[in-house]
Design a protein around this ligand. Sequence first.
Ligand code: SF4
Length: 319
Amino acid sequence: KWFPVQKSFLDQILAGRKDFVRAVDGVTFNIKRGEAFGLAGESGSGKTTIGRLAIGLETPTEGTVRFDGIDLSTQNEREMRHLRRRMQVIFQDPMASLNPRMTLGDSVVQGLKIHYPEAAEKHRDTLLEIFERVGLSPARYFINKYPHQISGGQRQRVVIARALITRPDLVLADEPIAMADVSVRALLLDLMVQLKQEFNLTYLFITHDLATAKYICDRIGILYLGRLAEVGELKEVYSYPLHPYTQALMAAVPVPDPHKRRTQPMPAGEIPNPINPPSGCRFHPRCPIAQAICSVEEPELRELRPGHLVACHFAEKFL
Ligand code: SF4
């Protein structure tokens, strides 16, 4: 079963202003059940917007989002509530996403109260079990604590527990370790990999960091200014990056031996303003191999290797 996000749509109409941001445009991809699909790009690339659209937290102005074959735009409020049990989010900042006045147990059990009110007598057992599963042990100790009484890494485990307590199918993980201490990042990633197996989860994993994506993702889409530059199996894209932007991102990933670096670093300059994106290929003002056609004609995503799609007029050069 698939979770596609299709076609183009407008997004983020700026309050009180006539101009708007087309934060995501013409993006189409599928996520297979049981895989971890990564979306990577710089800030402003539209990855968080796509994540929110994919699980129905935002509505596209054009295009279709399907979950398990269901077009989300056809669902009424009650049907969406039912679907939301199956689509949960792990947010980036656990401190901001946990209510400081609620105990950890009360925060995590909320999903059960909303989606399974008829099984109230089982809630406490389920709550204790999920705390143990995410490594917050003894669970009886942690459920009575408040967010400020535990460490940042433990808070992120609470957020993971809250996302998983309703046994979702799809989990949107939006930069889930970005706020964590470097010392606990690998532990949190290990936990997410382990829980994916145990709970048979599908991840939409959003990150700006290709090294993190490598740890967890099966396939990856590289976004630039609201458009997909490249998409494919992670090993394939990392071994044979065909888009100059992907190559530049790869060059920014630290490697033990700098002599092994074979791609060009990111050219100087900020990501352009999405209110007024460049014509043609949006990457052309920063692209080291841009030609005249690049500022005029927008490249389509083309499959240049099996399952490996690239939006660049000159990607064949890197085959
Ligand atoms: Fe660079 Fe042109 Fe390819 Fe865009 S289409 S990435 S500007 S070569």
